[in-house]
Ligand binder design. Structure first.
Ligand code: BGC
Length: 720
């Protein structure tokens, strides 16, 4: 039952600026309590306490949504925290709402809304709500901002000497939390103390991560601790922060007397290293802990092989996801973006659903995407958006509207949710159609094959023709809408009819004498993988040539990379896909591993072979997009593939593609039915396979020409 709307939004004096206000209310209990539920939300992020005890374990609540449509509230059972006389205090930091985020200023003053429903054993009930009777004080957190960090004065004791003000905000936006809570998931002890060549005191945590630092310090009142964050050290071993761009990413703490411990309350950072710009006393590594923070998604996918570097890549992909699944799928967690870039999610969602259970996570984000969809069906570049004036829809980015819901259905089989998303999917394809001429999407504001290595000098966009990419995605998304319509029993005939028309237009415009006019790897990959090209075989040959001409390396960016190994497999060249997967020289996945990466880089050449860095304007070392290669390893190398007609792995295919250059591979995924495993190993000239098929499912196992249907159980097979 929702009762939070009985409460008022309350805020502090707007003149307090970025100081986090703390709200307080005292109340008494008049009987034996049967239940006590606190429903609470904020414009900003909150931390609530009852009688000094923290309410709930989640942090950065209520997260980031399309606030003008959906403001989530949390519900907590607080019975055990109550006694006869009580005090509830709630701190509210700026969070995403009241910090300036990419493309917009703060949306307003931080505010709180809460209602506590107490039901007594004698069936009486009382409702305590936020209103102007609550007191408010300036807290010890004197500045808080998502990009810039936090400033805290440990000497301040809040003085509740004024009353909160009521704030007008649409309460119809209040929605029960439908995503995962954001949690402190792991604590990592400081690993190494470094004196850099330029004399800085730096601490290395050994892992690029998202979260915040907790430190202890002993000093006297007025001493300060000042800490900066970084992902890497530069070529010379100095602390490097330029790639954070405008995000100051700092912690500043002023001490009271004695021993004290501090961690930020309302923000987070992406970092591996910290620099102590000021710290009183001796630096002891034991006093520094990194707390890993992300949405409480549970791990479901595991990959291991006989190749240690590949295993490190798998590990980096997992860390890339952990670092960027903080309430929304962000592009990166460190610089002044940290936005739900739609293209990045589109590219990575299949891998994401294999690695972790993202059922609730994506549902929540997709509902925000639905809320953010423009009236004409266009999809903003990132979600949450909240930039009403910026109407830009881009190919492969907006296609998150079709790809993410479809992949969600394949992974979790929730038909009602697919139905809920269907109008959004259809709206997007209608938008493309309305921008197309003779079935070619013309014009538009595209990102092209973002960060492709075949980009002309000075450009972020690879050389693949933007309209070609846009039209290929038109085809792909129309096909997904047609399939979704079939699944939910809606009329998809228009989209089915579109397919041959787009195909004909694409082949006419972009293919001449059996050759792609746009001679890039990505153009070939899309034409092959989306099934648009009529002459897959000759295009396949050319794709292989392009790779070989590049010394067996890739040149693809955000658009081509996720499907590159699939396209090679589809033309019968899984061997070439392995060549790229196992490639160690630049550019490749394992190149970054050799360079010491602990997450996935935004750029293939984030750190160049000579140790120099790609331009600081766009050089994240925690960008999950290229981690999308894991989907190929699960689905093709290990061969675990869902059957589109029996989602959530009710029926699935096991069709491993072993390669002797990789001695063994093991893939396991936890599905709603239980664990599916596919393992292979080269042994004495044979390949030995182990499979696990969970209860209630059937697998079609394909090894060479041999096909069998297997029910639940464990199986061993062998082939030459
Ligand atoms: C982001 C990307 C995003 C892109 C749009 C960048 O600044 O970090 O990951 O998709 O902009 O092209």
């Amino acid at each position: 039952m929702s009762f939070i709307k009985e409460a008022k939004f309350i805020s502090a004096d707007p003149a307090w600026g970025s100081t986090a206000p703390k709200f307080k209310k005292n109340f008494s209990i008049s009987g034996r309590i049967k239940s006590a539920e606190l429903q609470i939300s904020a414009l900003g992020v909150f931390e609530a306490f009852i009688n000094g005890e923290r309410v709930g374990e989640d942090v950065l609540a209520p997260g980031w949504t399309e606030y003008y449509s959906r403001l989530l509230y949390r519900s907590y059972d607080v019975k055990s925290l109550l006694s006869t006389e009580n005090e509830i205090t709630v701190g509210v930091g700026c969070g995403w709402y009241a910090s300036a985020m990419m493309g917009r200023e703060s949306l307003g003053n931080p505010a709180l809304i809460a209602a506590l429903l107490i039901t007594y054993e004698d069936e009486r009930s009382e409702l305590l709500v936020t209103d102007e009777s609550w007191l408010v004080a300036k807290s010890e957190v004197t500045y808080t901002d998502i990009y810039n960090g936090e400033v805290c004065d440990g000497r301040i004791v809040p003085r509740f000497d004024s009353h909160a003000q009521a704030l007008d905000f649409n309460k119809n936006t209040l929605t029960a939390t439908d995503g995962e809570l954001i949690m402190e998931v792991e604590r990592i002890q400081a690993k190494r103390l470094i004196k850099t060549p330029s004399g800085e005191t730096v601490i290395d945590f050994g892992q690029n991560l998202t979260g915040y630092l907790e430190f202890s310090v002993n000093g006297k009142s007025g001493d300060t601790v000042e800490i900066s964050h970084a992902e890497i050290l530069d070529k010379d071993g100095n602390f490097y922060t330029e790639n954070y761009r405008g995000a100051r990413a700092k912690l500043i703490y002023t001490l009271r007397d004695g021993e004290q411990t501090y961690k930020p309350h309302y923000t987070f950072f992406g970092f591996r290293y910290i620099r102590l710009d000021s710290y009183p006393g001796v630096v002891n590594l034991e006093n520094f802990t990194a707390i890993v923070v992300h949405s409480d998604i549970k791990r479901t996918g595991f990959l291991t092989s006989s190749n240690a570097k590949l295993n490190k890549l798998f590990d980096n992909i997992i860390w890339g996801q952990r670092g960027n699944f903080l309430d929304i799928p962000t592009d990166c967690p460190q610089r002044n973006e940290r936005c739900g870039w739609t293209g990045d999610a589109q590219v990575f969602c299949r891998t994401a659903n294999l690695n972790f259970n993202c059922n609730r996570f994506f549902k929540k984000w997709l509902r925000d995407l639905a809320a953010a969809q423009f009236e004409d069906g266009g999809i903003p570049r990132f979600v949450p958006h909240t930039q009403p004036s910026c109407h830009m829809a881009s190919a492969a980015w907006g296609d998150a509207a079709t790809v993410v819901p479809y992949e969600h259905y394949m992974a979790y089989g929730d038909k009602d949710f697919l139905k809920e998303m269907f109008p959004v999917m259809r709206g997007w394809v209608d938008y493309i159609e309305s921008h197309s001429e003779n079935y070619i999407w013309v014009g538009g504001n595209h990102f092209g094959d973002w960060l492709g290595l075949d980009a002309p000098f000075g450009s972020y966009k690879g050389s693949t023709d933007e309209e070609l990419i846009a039209t290929a995605f038109f085809y792909h998304s129309a096909e997904l809408v047609a399939k979704a319509a079939h699944i939910i029993g809606a009329d998809g005939s228009h989209y089915e009819e579109l397919l041959p028309k787009i195909k004909a237009a694409f082949n006419k415009k972009y293919i001449e004498n059996g050759k792609m006019k746009c001679d890039t790897q990505t153009a070939h990959v899309l034409a092959i993988h989306f099934g648009i090209a009529e002459n897959k075989v000759s295009l396949g040959k050319r794709l292989v040539e392009l790779i070989e001409d590049a010394g067996d390396t890739l040149k693809t960016g955000f658009v081509g990379t996720p499907y590159l190994l699939d396209a090679l497999t589809e033309i019968g060249r899984a061997d070439k896909a392995y060549t790229l997967l196992l490639q160690e020289k630049f550019p490749s996945w394992l190149y970054s591993v050799n360079q010491g990466a602990t997450t996935i880089w935004e750029h293939w050449d984030g750190i160049r072979e000579d140790g120099s860095l790609w331009s600081s304007s766009m050089n994240s070392f925690n960008h999950y997009a290229y981690g999308s290669v894991a989907a190929w390893v699960y689905r093709t190398a290990a061969g675990i593939r869902y059957d589109e007609s029996a989602p959530a792995y009710k029926h699935f295919v096991l069709e491993p593609k072993p390669d002797p250059r990789l001695g063994s591979l093991s893939a396991r995924i936890m599905t709603v039915h239980g664990e599916i495993a596919s393992e292979w190993r080269y042994e004495d000239g044979y390949v030995r396979y182990n499979f696990t098929v969970p209860e209630g499912t059937v697998a079609t196992v394909k090894i060479g020409e041999k096909i069998e249907e297997l029910g639940a159980g464990k199986y061993t097979r062998c082939s030459k």
